[in-house]
Design a protein around this ligand. Structure first.
Ligand code: NAD
Length: 487
């Protein structure tokens, strides 16, 4: 068992290269979800802290944009190395912050953040434009940084989200003010500290704490050129509307109710593994989860029985114990939302194949739950639950599966399992989802664009496309001949 370190950060915020405290801000308790204990307290940023963060970002950004991009990249890659060296400490903190098992955080949070810093660090010197010829004249484009960007995070992957937003912003010459979720405020501070240790000049990556009001203050500040949010669809609507007031750029990584299609020629064990990873990893608190699993009728029984057998491998327990592979909900409020959904869907006549209840433990635990005998119009099948609840539905034909998979306002992701290569690509082309997996689920390497269609988002994170979203094109027309005028 890993010892539990003191989680209290040196101060609540990280501004202009150092920790900053202002106790006038509302206290925010940080709770270890596995026990419900308060393990630290931070204070929401006051208007003064928000102003200092934005002022330092605006001041630092001009020099950073003029810094040789090779040097910018080197600093990001150094930060990636430091994160990897300290992965265990960062993962323990992440586990305390979120309740996710250490087994998961050791491989899928700080390391994923390091991957992003390394990837964008490598690309920093490769931001290029294009040239065009018009007779003897020509034009070229330059990609310019936007200026001060704001990142606002959700609570499920605090280190990863800070890095996925910070790395492309910094690589392309922007500054960032990042507001973590009020539920998981600890890890982004460590990212900021490590970036400065790696050589990032003060002011370029600031962290301010707070609830939605602090996020709203950042979003509407005239010094801010872009807002990148990871959060729910309702918050996305508010943030996009506020940003529209001054035509700020936005990236919206929002929620989903994604489908996984399992055809009757699929490798059932792979499909079951995909459904488990896409529903119960992080106790279901993953935006891209495939929570509507459509199984072709011929293999429904085999699928359900293998799936329920595999649940014998679930090991709940103290998330700091590396033998544990299943943790609690990150907040009591989230547990209550999940339990309400389960009550409703049961009353509507759904069959609970496995789980379905709160676990008898301290903290906020819900059993991994499999639902069947559902209708597509039930709330549990239509709404994002953001918990360990898998809806298993059956279908007969490919056309039916595609139509039902697409019958949702969300479009974050989708998966399909089949051994028929032609069908795989034919179906994927018909799915309304920003990110799709064939015979795999939920893997997000940094070189792959990630993001949603429809109400699940605007823009993409990761890959080169994220660098496009943190820059804008300046076009330069070059006249080579005499200037002709009518008179
Ligand atoms: P949330 O929408 O409640 O909050 C997200 C962030 O927005 C928080 O930091 C919050 O303080 C801030 N916020 C709230 N109101 C605001 C406002 N008016 N202006 C500015 N900021 C505001 O989301 P959550 O509960 O923290 O996270 C869960 C949600 O996030 C789920 O819907 C999940 O699907 C989504 N999510 C999406 C992705 C993705 O990449 N698509 C990744 C993780 C989580």
């Amino acid at each position: 068992m890993t010892d539990r370190p003191d989680a209290q950060p040196r101060a609540s915020h990280f501004v202009d290269g150092d920790y900053v405290e202002d106790r006038a801000g509302e206290p925010i308790p940080v709770i270890y979800p596995a026990t419900g204990e308060t393990i630290a307290t931070v204070h929401a940023a006051t208007p003064d802290v928000v102003d200092r963060a934005l002022t330092s970002a605006a001041r630092a950004q001009a020099d950073w944009a003029a810094t040789d991009p090779t040097e910018r990249g080197r600093i990001l890659r150094r930060a990636a190395d430091l994160i990897r060296e300290r992965n265990r400490d960062l993962s323990v903190l992440e586990t305390l912050d979120t309740g996710k098992p250490l087994q998961e955080t050791l491989v899928a949070d700080a390391t994923s953040g390091a991957d992003a810093l390394e990837y964008f660090g490598g690309l920093a010197a490769d931001v290029t434009g294009t040239t065009m010829r018009f007779g003897d004249d020509w034009a070229y484009t330059i990609r310019r940084p936007l200026g001060v960007c704001v990142g606002i995070g959700a609570w499920n992957y605090p280190t990863q989200i800070a890095c996925w937003k910070g790395a492309p912003a910094l690589a392309t010459g922007n500054a960032m003010v990042f507001k973590p979720s009020e539920t998981t405020p600890l890890c982004a501070l460590k990212v900021a500290e490590i970036l400065v240790e790696a050589g990032l000049p003060p002011g370029l990556f600031n962290v301010v704490q707070g609830l939605g009001a602090v996020g709203a203050a950042l979003t509407t500040d005239p010094r801010v050129a872009k807002v990148s949010l990871t959060g729910s669809v309702p918050t996305g609507r508010k943030v996009a509307a506020a940003a529209a007031g001054e035509m700020k750029h936005v990236t919206m990584e929002l929620g989903g109710k994604s489908p996984i299609l399992v055809f009757d020629d699929a490798d059932v064990d792979d499909a079951v593994s995909g459904a488990i990873n896409g529903n119960f990893y992080s106790s279901g608190q993953v935006c891209s989860n495939g929570t509507r699993v459509f199984v072709q009728s011929g293999i429904m029984d085999a699928f359900l029985s293998r799936l329920t057998e595999r649940l014998a491998g679930v090991v709940p327990g103290d998330p700091l114990d590396e033998g544990v592979n299943y943790g609690p909900m990150t907040t009591r409020a989230q547990m209550d939302i999940v339990l309400r959904h389960l009550d409703t869907v049961r009353a509507e006549g759904a069959r609970v194949v496995a789980g379905g209840k709160r676990m008898d433990r301290d903290g906020w635990w819900i059993e991994p739950t499999i639902l069947a005998d559902l209708r597509d119009d039930m709330a549990a099948v239509r709404e994002e639950i953001f918990g360990p609840v898998m809806s298993v539905l059956t279908f007969a034909t490919e056309d039916e599966a595609v139509a039902r998979a697409n019958d949702t306002p969300f479009g974050l992701s989708a998966g399909l399992f089949t051994r028929d290569l032609t069908r795989a690509h034919r179906v994927v082309a018909r799915l309304q989802a920003g990110t799709c997996w064939i015979n795999q689920y939920n893997l997000t390497p940094p070189g792959m664009p990630f993001g949603g269609s429809k109400q699940s988002g605007i823009g993409r994170e990761n890959a080169r496309v994220a660098m496009d979203h943190f820059t804008e094109v300046q076009t330069v027309y070059v006249g080579m001949g005499p200037v002709e005028a009518a008179y």
